[in-house]
Design a binder for this molecule. Structure first.
Ligand SMILES: [Mg+2]
Length: 388
């Protein structure tokens, strides 16, 4: 079969705020081939992603993503890998292409797996699966007291691991940061995993981590996330040598597998966090998972929007037994909760289990899409390039 159509849907909450909540808008991708259909989601600003899909060619290595997708055959997993490679080649100089490709690639895996009536991870070659321990992802409170309370809520909700991030952490003094971390630990209790997300706020300042390391180690922090920006390889390598060692997690900013692989190999990170909606889809994420499989690093998904994005982010590493954790959006927007007819739930045993349904195991709700869809038309020189 060949790819007959690709439809992009720009969805948005009625009001978008400056809160660090990435679930306020979304870009969905629907692909049809023959009698089959698949869905994916891009983790990127919707309009630039749509532009990358249909923009007029700038030159031979800066083509719109659609040039590498429409009409292509899709009968085998290698066809999807071929499309992925072609987009990277033909859209080499189009930086937003990776985000657009991510949703397209996920939709292609969903489509082909549905056609064969198997889950995507089976199509990827996974022969075993291992349930993951979800961590609730929450913001630090503005004060230690608020953080303590938020930790108690997560504990009461049954999560075995909780990640606190953003908010005031990293903006104030060392003592203020440590008071927040101590409140988080007290709130969730000593028997739960505690992660802390710095959100790249220290840029490349290794000393900022070093001066907090002893106390963070005493608080038994499972990882400190994104202390530095994605490409600060030297800072990550220096952090790996700090004594006592605080495990480091990063990788969500990677928009191609090579960035993540450099962070593992040269930045010597302990956890690599991959967003399949950014890195180039399930194909690219699986490449990193395979790379990480036999190295001293755990693969973790990065995902904070809908169950569709979550399913795509989980598909690449169900068979990695040593990669135990998964990010689980704790309180996404109503748009992301309503976008699909089924949601990925935490089971009674406190774990997230692999879907058994064909494809990604999650189906978008077309009525919800209509409720949140933003009509859009892009025209250039009187010619309509996109309408949806
Ligand atoms: Mg993060």
């Amino acid at each position: 079969m060949n790819i007959d159509s690709v439809d992009l849907y720009y969805l948005r909450m009625p009001t978008v705020t400056d809160a660090a909540d990435g679930s306020q808008d979304a870009l969905l991708v629907r692909i049809r081939a023959g009698d089959h259909e698949g869905w994916g989601e891009c983790e990127g600003s919707p309009l630039p992603c749509i532009a990358a899909w249909c923009t007029p060619m700038s030159h031979g290595a800066c083509r719109p993503v659609e040039d590498s997708v429409l009409g292509m055959p899709i009968d085998e997993p290698d066809d999807i890998r071929g499309i992925n490679a072609l987009v990277r080649d033909q859209s080499l100089d189009l930086l937003q292409a990776a985000h657009t490709l991510s949703g397209v690639d996920a939709a292609l895996w969903d489509l082909l797996a549905r056609a064969r009536e198997v889950p995507v991870h089976t199509l990827l070659g996974a022969t075993t699966t291992h349930a993951k321990l979800p961590y609730a992802s929450v913001l630090f409170g503005d004060t230690p007291e608020e953080t303590l309370e938020r930790g108690r809520e997560c504990r009461a909700a049954g999560f075995g691991a909780v990640k606190f991030g953003w908010g005031p952490f990293g903006r104030g003094s060392v003592d203020e940061d440590l008071a927040l971390a101590e409140a988080a630990r007290e709130g969730i209790g000593d028997d739960r995993h505690l992660m802390i997300d710095v959100g790249t706020r220290w840029i490349d300042d290794v000393g900022a981590l070093e001066v907090r390391a002893r106390r963070l180690a005493e608080l038994d922090v499972t990882w400190i996330e994104e202390p530095f920006r994605s490409h600060e390889l030297s800072a990550y390598a220096a952090a790996a040598a700090i004594d006592p060692h605080v495990p480091v997690a990063t990788g969500e900013g990677a928009h191609e597998p090579a960035i993540a692989e450099q962070l593992i190999r040269h930045g010597r990170i302990d956890f690599v966090q991959i967003d399949a909606g950014r890195i180039g889809g399930i194909t690219a994420a699986r490449e990193v998972a395979e790379f990480a499989r036999d190295l001293p690093v755990q693969y973790v998904n990065h995902s904070f929007t809908s169950s569709l994005a979550l399913a795509a982010s989980l598909a690449p590493y169900w068979d990695l037994e040593d990669s135990r954790f998964c990010e689980y959006p704790f309180a996404p927007s109503s748009l992301c909760r309503e976008m699909t007819t089924t949601n990925i739930e935490v089971a009674a045993d406190g774990l997230v289990h692999p879907p058994e349904a064909p494809g990604l195991g999650v189906t978008p709700d077309e009525r919800a899409i209509e409720r949140y869809r933003v009509p859009l038309e892009i025209s250039v020189d009187g010619q309509t390039l996109f309408s949806g």
